[in-house]
Ligand binder design. Sequence first.
Ligand code: DX5
Ligand code: ZN
Length: 221
Amino acid sequence: RQPNWIAPSILSADFARLGEDVSRVLTAGADVVHFDVMDNHYVPNLTFGPMICSALRNYGITAPVDVHLMVENVDSLVPAFAAAGASIISFHPEASKHVDRTLQLIRQQGCKAGLVFNPATPLTYLDYVLDKVDLVLLMSVNPGFGGQSFIPATLKKLQQARQIIDQSGLPIRLEIDGGVKVENIREIAEAGADTFVAGSAIFSQSDYQHVIDQMRAELAG
Ligand code: DX5
Ligand code: ZN
């Protein structure tokens, strides 16, 4: 099992002061930056691309950047994100024509590769590619927006994903994204997650460190 990571989703950050806000949340104890890329095509919303990732690197952000691609034409964006300083690149298998090829491309570009599962997407996409995956990301809301409620059926799916990962013996992270809060993070960890995306739960508060400390206290049991 990998050490727990708290990954604030900058979808809920202050875009007009992004560098400052991201460095504040890292100083407050976050482990990685979760970077939600939306194309108004695969999901009904539009955010930011590789230029903003580069801008954060140029601003001095050195923490791992966990890029969550909610886009179609995944392959065309992978080299641009690798060049922009992405550490992990995850994509939705339904959005790539050739899932195995996209996973290989991400690793060839020097990044860790992740597969993302929507609430209704079965884990069977992992059956033949697990050796090419560094991270499994389970969506606990339908992708596109911050501030939605955690879908409880995801807990069982987390247990199933945890079992698949443990049986493989591979050092794969299990990330959860959507509706994670201080109140439910312990239950989510018990179901098997080790990487916790939280957008609104962190950025809606003025004291980021307080929320992150509370989350860590819950994780410590
Ligand atoms: C949703 C995004 C999430 C989102 C989570 O499509 O992938 O990362 O920012 O936001 P919260 O934590 O507010 O549910
Ligand atoms: Zn996300």
